[in-house]
Write a protein that binds this ligand. Sequence first.
Ligand SMILES: *Cc1c(COP(=O)(O)O)cnc(C)c1O
Length: 451
Amino acid sequence: MTALPDLCRRDLAVLWHPCTQMREHPGIMPLLPVARGEGAWLIGQDGTRHLDAVSSWWTNLFGHAEPRIATAIAQQAMTLEHVLLAGFTHEPAVRLAERLLDLAPPGLARVFYADNGSAAVEVALKMSFHAHRNRGDTRRTRFVTLSNSYHGETLGALSVGDIPLYRRTYAPLLLEPLFTPSPDAFNALPGEDAEACALRCADELATMLEQHGETVCALIVEPLVQCAGGMRMHHPAWLRRARELCDAHGVHLIADEIAVGFGRTGTMFACEQAGIAPDLMCLSKGITGGFMPLAAVLASPTIYETFLDDSRERAFLHSHSYSGNPLACAAALATLGIFDSDDVLARNAVTADKLASHGRRIAQHPNIADYRQSGMIFAFELMADPAALTPFPTSERIGLQIYRAALRHGLVLRPLGDVLYWMPPYCINDDDIAHLATATQAAIQEVLPCA
Ligand SMILES: *Cc1c(COP(=O)(O)O)cnc(C)c1O
């Protein structure tokens, strides 16, 4: 064992890390001291380089320390760092709202700011409930969510999530939503394609709304990809049908595009691929290019107008101290500027094809039961016996073993259970892609050797 770097030693004396069993540091789970970032790479204090294939939890779009975003933040910091957004306004907040509404699916007309994804989900849930109430409909108190969904960690957001590892412990504290089956194409029945699977699941949603529709505020969904749920993907036909069903039952549709927004699935927003517009849309993560915490909830005019009245009670009295922070808005404006100046979506289509050709090759490994892609998201489902769909025993922690092996090869993969995925920064270049493919293959081969 080499001695623990000084920074790690100090860290482990004072910090409590997110999503971590602290007992596993540093023996089972290494702790990586990062000195700086450069493009798709993280550079350690000792100069070691790791390619960030997970975009630092899906936040980074154009590389670490991207100079245009860094400069925009620095300039804004020397002009106006923050002012409360109740009763005050500023150019970055207004300009960003204008830009977001221009880009968003049609029919969204108002922008409410928060500072992280979970808070955006809380805002959307409260707004939906409150809008129905403002119309005099007090029966609607429940939410519909999908099996295997993830919407964040605060109590409201956790309530509408379905990942047992995160939810189970806190279940006694949570709201009880109605769960409808995820249209996840991986769960398609034998002989069923992704679209047929989506339509079968939509029929179940139809039945649920027929029974309970009058008590439901909103349906919340991660359009096209359930990211935290293992990068599970579905056919857009489900979203089209869900939109129709919500309309028929007076239920709001909340699109949680926190992970899939800003080009991840190939279009600016995933909803576009279904040709639908939600009533509320949650954005965060990539919105600032991965530089600053910021979230936005976009709302339809119909929802917004129910809040207009002489009474304070009808108003949406929710707030966060850092709502619409100018530094975060400046980072987001610089990020959207790069989408225009660098023709990012067109470039990503080319990058995604290069990644896919490596992905398909790696997917021939005998333990890979499924390989799937949506835009710049690529996932490999590892199983002990793919033919029989037998998973590895969880105690083997195959995903963790591959994580550790990948680190030794200069790569940050952060498997979700036994699902390996690539969700790299869009700036990933040909050399980076070659390294990503070689190191991924080497890490899998080390843990699961095959001839
Ligand atoms: C990450 C994520 C959230 C929560 O965002 P935080 O900023 O981590 O609170 C919510 N929904 C989805 C789909 C996410 O991927």
